[in-house]
Design a binder for this molecule. Structure first.
Ligand code: NAP
Length: 487
């Protein structure tokens, strides 16, 4: 909940942002103020202007302090100007405040024609927001082979999944899909699927179903009205939530919320659209939608419904429509569109209902580092990654000689996931990056660090190695996957 002053005004950090940001944020602020919501705004900077001042993160200390106090942010899009900083200020904000869920509702809107008009699209994508490939842990393993670590935790999955189930209850929704690529990435994407299936048992009132992400994308284009809530990993969610925005009229209509246990950041899905900046032509609906989500988050349910009705009435009547809907030569200005919404405050939409919302219960997940506690664990071998221009046969024979005096044997060598030694008949077009899998000869032994270091030294005497991964078993279950073609 937002902090309050003595006059019970809610205090919210307001970041106008870059490009069209100040125009859309100003529109949302005007509507909220006209609706009489008691909000005190703490206006703060982030993004391009901050990078230009030489602050590398794009987020100054005062902005961080304000968010720590208010816990609620309404923000415009932020740019990372070329030549300044390496990391996006948006991602920095999401990570700084551990906003683990990105919630993106899309709903068919009156007067906004799309190929799906009349089908009643009304769904929410809940995207995990801080893990997965977006942890940004990348390495060049050889000059020509790059790696990005895909980290998925049980704790991260549990938090976003619980939030998605709670969102179903808060919004009176009855069906949830979990979309993953667990058929291929059994441990990472599979972590999300398994966690979903476990937690689903605690919510018998909600129909829970797993769907493979590629089929989900296909079904979203074919029959989007079948979905109510889709919870998914970061990368999947990034892609399908842009797809779902397009189903209802595009980025001008797509709001979002980044929700954490302590802080929530509300923003449009779109960016700073620099070519429209300062022209007073863009569509502020997405940011207004985000502001409506924010009002519900701070407990202003009535005001949120009033603003949503005013927006729906304006769209239903269709007297004012922005350039993204009717073409920029015919479009209403941003300010005239905002004026129309303000003039419609207090009116009720005739054909479009406003959903009943209850407060969203944030998930209480234990704060321990290790949510999963195996009774037994055992290191059974190691994958050593090497750079080599030799053929797999030559590498394999040499590695067998090198490990002969150790307790480990060479189990196989793979190239980008496909077994190439011993040969399987696969026609792999090898690159200079090989994974060499060594396994203990004895089934009940445990690999010690000394033995592993000795093995690395032996391998390193002939080959350039760049990465080592221990092969572990937890409670007798393999904590690693096999290569394509590995027995
Ligand atoms: P963008 O700013 O979202 O704009 C892409 C296109 O979407 C625009 O050219 C326009 O389409 C349409 N559009 C976006 N917002 C609109 C609105 N409110 N009303 C009407 N049409 C709208 O994406 P981008 O050009 O890829 O990114 C520009 C900058 O924004 C980049 O620096 C990027 O990093 C940043 N960005 C920030 C955020 C964030 O802060 N959360 C998110 C995404 C991108 P037409 O050209 O077809 O008219």
């Amino acid at each position: 909940m937002a902090s309050t002053t003595r006059s019970e005004k809610k205090v919210v950090t307001l970041i106008p942002g870059d490009g069209i940001g100040p125009e859309v944020i100003n529109a949302a602020r005007r509507v909220i103020e006209a609706a009489g919501v008691p909000i005190e705004w703490e206006e703060c900077e982030a993004g391009a202007t901050v990078f230009r001042k030489g602050i590398e993160s794009g987020v100054p200390r005062e902005t961080i302090e304000s968010i720590r106090r208010t816990r609620v942010v309404l923000k415009g899009p932020l740019e990372t100007p070329v030549g300044f900083g390496e990391k996006s200020a948006n991602v920095t904000l999401r990570k700084l405040f551990e906003t683990f869920a990105n919630v993106r509702p899309v709903r068919e809107l009156p007067g906004i024609p799309t190929p799906y008009s009349g089908r009643g699209i009304d769904l929410v994508v809940v995207r995990e927001n801080v893990e997965d490939l977006y942890a940004g842990i990348e390495h060049l393993q050889t000059p020509g082979v790059a790696q990005c670590l895909k980290l998925i935790s049980r704790k991260g999955s549990e938090k976003v999944i619980r939030l998605a189930f709670e969102l179903c209850r808060a919004e009176g929704r009855r069906r949830i899909h979990c979309a993953t690529k667990s058929n291929i990435m059994k441990l990472t994407e599979g972590m999300m699927k398994r966690t979903f299936e476990e937690i689903a048992r605690e919510y018998p009132d909600i129909e829970a179903q797993h769907i493979i992400i590629d089929n989900c994308a296909h079904q979203l284009v074919k029959r989007p009205e079948q979905f109510e809530v889709i919870v998914t990993t970061n990368m999947n969610g990034d892609i399908i939530s842009d797809l779902t925005s397009a189903l209802i009229g595009g980025l001008g209509f797509a709001p979002s919320a980044n929700i954490g246990n302590d802080v929530a950041i509300f923003e449009a899905v779109h960016g700073s659209a620099p070519k429209y900046a300062g022209k007073n032509v863009i569509n502020p609906t997405a940011v207004l939608g985000s502001a409506i989500m924010m009002l519900r988050h701070i407990g202003e349910f009535e005001a949120a419904a009033t603003v949503e009705h005013a927006l729906l009435v304006t769209l239903e009547e269709g007297k004012v429509r922005t350039g993204d809907v009717v073409g920029y030569e015919n479009g209403t200005s941003t300010t005239a569109y905002t004026d129309a919404i303000i003039a419609n405050l207090g009116r009720k939409a005739q054909r479009w209902h406003v959903r009943e919302y209850k407060p969203l219960k944030l998930p209480q997940v234990p704060t321990d580092f290790d949510l999963v506690k195996p009774a037994k664990r055992r290191v059974v071998g190691a994958d050593i990654f090497i750079e080599s221009a030799d053929d797999p046969e030559t590498i394999g024979k040499r590695l067998e000689e090198l490990c002969a005096p150790t307790p480990l044997k060479l189990k196989m060598i793979s190239n980008r996931g496909t077994k190439v030694y011993e040969p399987t008949g696969a026609m792999t077009d090898c690159v200079d990056h090989f994974r060499c899998r060594f396994i203990l000869r004895s089934n009940d032994a445990e690999l010690s660090d000394e033995q592993l270091v000795d093995l690395i030294r032996r391998v390193g005497s002939t080959f350039r190695w760049m990465h080592v991964e221990k092969l572990q078993e937890f409670d007798g279950q393999m904590g690693f996957t096999k290569a394509q073609g590995e027995d």
